[in-house]
Write a protein that binds this ligand. Sequence first.
Ligand SMILES: C[S@@+](CC[C@H](N)C(=O)[O-])C[C@H]1O[C@@H](n2cnc3c(N)ncnc32)[C@H](O)[C@@H]1O
Length: 270
Amino acid sequence: MVTRGDARRAALERIAALDADVLMAHALGIPKEALYAHPEVTLSTAEALGVSALVLRRAAGEPVAYLRGSKEFHGHELAVDPRVLIPRPETETLVDAALAFVRRSGARTAADVGSGSGAIAIALALGAPSLRVIALDASPGALEVARLNIARHGVADRIEVREGDLLAPLDAPVDLVVANLPYLRDPERLASLAFEPAIALYAGADGLSLVRRAIADLPRVLAPRGAAFFEIDPAQAGEVARSLEVAVGSAALVLYDLAGDARVVAVERS
Ligand SMILES: C[S@@+](CC[C@H](N)C(=O)[O-])C[C@H]1O[C@@H](n2cnc3c(N)ncnc32)[C@H](O)[C@@H]1O
C-alpha cells in the first residue's frame, strides 16, 4: 500500500519539491496542504498510477502548466495545452501598461494580435469593463483554447475571435493594439521550450519577421490617438522603437518588466 508520503518521497527523487507538490495535489484533487497534514493517507491504485505518470512526464521536461492544464495570468486562471504558449509573468507588464492607457484615454476598442490562450485579451476585458477586444491568431488550435478561456471568464460578449495573418482580419481601426507575437530567433531553437508550439515562439533569422510586418500594417488599423504595445526581447527594443516611430509618426517609449529588462515598446498616435 502506497501512502501520500511514500508517493511524495518517490516523486522528490525525480522532480523538484514544488513541482511534486503541485502535481500530486492536482492528481489527487486535494489542496497541497493536505499532503503535508495527512501523509499517512493511502492512495488507490488508480491514484498512485496517476501521480507517477505525471511525475515521469515532468521528469521528461513537460511543463507543469500543461500537466495541470492551467496557468495563472494577471490573477486569472487560464486553460492551457500544447496548442498555446504558456502565458509568462513578464507579459503582465504589457497588460498593465495597456490598461493604464485605456483608463487614461477612454479607449473603447482593442485588438490582441497573436492572442494564443487569450491571456492578454481576457486580462484587458476583465480589467476594463467597457473595452471590446478582437483576439487574433493564425493558429486554429490556439483560438479553440482562447474561446474556451473567454467563455469561462464570462467575456464572450466583449471579445470576438478572428483567425488570420497578423492584423489582416481587422477591417476597421481600433483604439489599442497589443501584441505578444513570437520574437525568438529561428536559428536558436531552445530545448527548454520544446514542448511549446514553434508557431508561438520563433520568427525568422532575427526574431522580428512578424513584429516588422505587424508594425507595417499599424497605420491602417490604429485609430487617431490610439496606442500600440509590442512585447519584445530586450535586445530588440531599439529597432522596434524606431520602426514604430516611422510607422506611427510619434515617439516610442520602452517599458521595463519586474526583472528590469526592456520588455515592451509603446507608441501613441497623435
Ligand atoms: C508568443 S505567443 C503569445 C500568446 C499570448 N498572447 C500570450 O501572451 O501568452 C504568439 C502567438 O502568435 C501566434 N501567431 C504566430 N504567427 C502568427 C501570424 N502570422 N498571425 C497571427 N498570429 C500568429 C501564435 O499562434 C501564438 O499564439
